[in-house]
Design a protein around this ligand. Structure first.
Ligand SMILES: CN(C(=O)[C@H](Cc1cnc[nH]1)NC(=O)OCc1ccccc1)[C@@H](Cc1ccccc1)C(=O)N[C@@H](Cc1c[nH]c2ccccc12)C(=O)NO
Ligand SMILES: [Zn+2]
Length: 313
C-alpha cells in the first residue's frame, strides 16, 4: 500500500517557492497569493510551517496590500476579493492578523456586497457565490461579520440552490462541486445549514465517487484530486461523509503522488502542481490520515489556527 511521502512533498513545496521562472510560476503569476496560501497551508498540515521564514512571507504579503484595504494576487497588481482572503488566511497561519488595519480590510470586503445580498469580486462587478463564501470566511476570521447584511447574503445564496440540492455560481446556474463547497461553507460559518436538504445534497455529492475511488466535480466528469476537497468538505459540513468509501478515496489521492520528486497531481500519472498538492494533503486531512494535522472544512485552515482566532481576544 502506497504511503504519503510527506517529506518529498515538503521539499517540492519549498522548491516551488524558490523557482520563480518556472512555467508554472509564470502562468500562476497573477494568482501568486493563492499559490502562497496553498503551499503554506499544506506545509502547516504536514507540521513543517517552521521551514519557511515567517517575516519574509509576511513582508511579501504586505507588498500586495492596496490602499483600498484589499490585497492583490501579486505585488503591484489590482486588489481582488480572491486574494484578500488568501492574504488574511496566510496571516492567520502565522498568527500575524494584528499587523492588519482590520477596519480597512473589512470595509474593502463589505464594500463589495450588492443590493441583492450577492458579492462582486472587485470594482468591475463580476458576481459569483464563490465571492459570497470568500467575503463571509474573510470577515468571520476578522470578526467583522456585522459589517455586512448577513441575512441578505444568505438569502442570495439560497436563491442559487437547484432542484438537485446543489448550488451554482448564480441563480439558475448548474450545480458544481466547487460552488457547492462555497455555498455550504458560507451557510455553515453563518449558522444557516438548515437551508440545505442534507439527504438530497448528500446523495448528489456521494454520487461524485467513481469506481477508482476518486471524486469528480459534476456527473460524467473525470475524478480529480482537488474534488477530494470540494466534495468531501461539503459532505463533512452536512454530516453525510459516511456515504462515501473513505479508504478508496485515500488510495486514489496517494496514487496521484510523484513518489520521486514529491507533489500530487489531479489524477494518476499527470503532472503535479502546487494546487493539487495542497488539495490532496487537505483531502487526506479531512480523511484523518495519520501524520496530517486536522483542517477545518469550512475555513480551509488548520483547526488549531481557527481555535486560536475564535477563542482569543
Ligand atoms: C483558477 N483555478 C481553477 O480554475 C481550477 C482549475 C481546475 C483544477 N482542477 C480542475 N480544474 N478550478 C477551481 O479552482 O475550481 C474550484 C472552484 C471552486 C469554487 C467555484 C468555482 C471553482 C485554480 C488555479 C488552477 C488553474 C489551473 C489548474 C490548476 C489550478 C484556482 O486558483 N482556484 C482558486 C479558486 C478560488 C479562489 N478562491 C476561492 C475560494 C473558494 C473556492 C474557490 C476559490 C482556488 O481554489 N483557490 O484556493
Ligand atoms: Zn483539480
Amino acid at each position: 500500500m502506497v504511503q504519503l511521502v510527506a517529506d518529498k512533498h515538503v521539499r517540492y513545496i519549498l522548491m516551488a517557492e524558490k523557482k520563480k521562472e518556472s512555467f508554472e510560476s509564470v502562468v500562476m503569476d497573477h494568482l501568486r497569493m493563492n499559490g502562497a496560501y496553498w503551499g503554506l497551508t499544506a506545509l502547516d498540515l504536514l507540521e513543517k510551517l517552521g521551514s519557511v521564514s515567517k517575516d519574509e512571507v509576511v513582508s511579501w504579503v504586505m507588498t500586495c496590500y492596496h490602499e483600498s484595504g484589499g490585497f492583490a494576487g501579486n505585488t503591484g497588481h489590482d486588489p481582488h476579493i480572491l486574494y484578500t482572503l488568501s492574504a488574511v488566511q496566510i496571516l492567520a497561519l502565522f498568527d500575524k492578523l494584528d499587523i492588519l488595519d482590520v477596519g480597512k480590510v473589512s470595509s474593502y470586503v463589505a464594500g463589495l456586497q450588492n443590493e441583492d445580498g450577492s458579492f462582486s469580486g472587485d470594482i468591475w462587478g463580476e458576481i459569483d457565490t464563490r465571492f459570497s463564501y470568500i467575503a463571509i470566511c474573510c470577515l468571520s476570521i476578522l470578526k467583522c461579520l456585522d459589517k455586512i447584511n448577513v441575512k441578505k447574503a444568505v438569502d442570495y445564496i439560497v436563491s442559487c440552490k437547484n432542484l438537485d440540492g446543489g448550488f451554482g455560481c448564480t441563480p439558475g446556474a448548474e450545480s458544481h462541486a466547487g460552488q457547492i463547497f462555497c455555498c455550504v461553507g458560507a451557510l455553515a460559518i453563518t449558522g444557516n445549514l438548515h437551508h440545505v436538504d442534507k439527504d438530497l445534497l448528500g446523495w448528489w455529492l456521494c454520487e461524485r465517487q467513481g469506481k477508482t475511488g476518486g471524486l469528480n466535480g459534476r456527473p460524467e466528469k473525470l475524478p480529480d484530486v482537488c474534488y477530494s476537497w470540494w466534495v468531501l468538505s461539503s459532505l463533512i459540513m452536512i454530516d453525510r461523509v459516511h456515504w462515501i468509501d473513505k479508504a478508496k478515496l485515500v488510495k486514489f489521492i496517494l496514487d496521484c503522488q510523484d513518489l520521486d520528486n514529491g507533489g500530487i497531481s489531479d489524477r494518476p500519472d499527470d503532472a503535479v502542481d502546487i494546487f493539487h498538492t495542497y488539495f490532496g494533503v487537505a483531502g487526506l486531512s479531512l480523511l484523518e490520515y495519520h501524520g496530517v494535522k486536522a483542517i477545518d472544512p469550512a475555513y480551509a485552515l488548520p483547526v488549531d489556527v481557527i481555535n486560536r482566532i475564535i477563542f482569543t481576544k
